[in-house]
Design a protein around this ligand. Structure first.
Ligand SMILES: [Zn+2]
Length: 207
């Protein structure tokens, strides 16, 4: 397994959608579905990637907006989410009390199994529950990379001022599950540039 990562970001929210693929087998997943899914679709086509699943770090609208277009491009691949937010994409239940309902209902939604790795073809992710920004936030680890969604960013942490946020749980998850990773682990966040666990451990003022 030779894992490679390609980053795309939409221009409205700067939300990242990642293509994670195995150079050897071409098996791939997309992590998060931003507002410009055509970018990650284009990258996947150029790399000859065989996308097996769409993984969601959480279900805020800017991370799921492109789901229908991704499905049209990649076929009826599973959309995988933490159980606490399955209804947001499966049934159209709003994630946030603060925002109106969103008209996204997706079939073939499956959930990460607690404590079990998630396998998509030749790729295998460790699934770390990092709630607090939202109840079902997860971080996904593969090879020397960790995808942290809106839990941990370069130089900051995720918002926890929503009704269903939990600032203490957010910091607890970051400290016990993310900072437990080796310093050289590359962090790919939901927004903004990549960083490393070591850099955040030593310089992030919120930790
Ligand atoms: Zn976000």
């Amino acid at each position: 397994m030779t894992v490679q990562v390609e980053v795309t970001a939409d221009s409205r929210f700067g939300t990242n959608s990642y293509l994670v693929f195995d150079e050897t087998t071409k098996d791939a997943v997309v992590i998060d579905a931003n507002l410009e899914p055509e970018q990650v679709i284009d990258v996947a086509r150029r790399r000859g990637a065989s996308v097996k699943a769409i993984l969601l770090t959480h279900t805020d609208v800017d991370h799921i907006a492109g789901l229908h277009e991704l499905r049209e491009a990649f076929g009826d691949v599973p959309v995988v989410v933490h159980d606490a937010e399955r209804a947001v994409v499966g049934d159209g239940v709003p994630l946030r009390r603060e925002f109106g309902p969103i008209a996204t209902r997706i079939d073939n939604v499956t959930t990460f199994e607690d404590g079990a790795p998630y396998r998509a073809g030749s790729l295998e992710f460790e699934v770390l529950h990092t709630p607090g920004h939202s109840p079902g936030g997860v971080s996904l680890k593969i090879d020397g990379f960790i995808f942290t969604g809106d839990a941990l960013f370069a130089g900051t942490v995720g918002r926890s001022d929503f009704a269903n946020s939990d600032g203490a749980a957010l910091l607890e998850g970051i400290r016990t599950r993310l900072l437990a990773q080796p310093d050289e682990t590359i962090v790919y966040s939901g927004h903004g540039p990549a960083t490393t666990i070591g850099r955040e451990r030593s310089t992030n003022p919120f930790l």
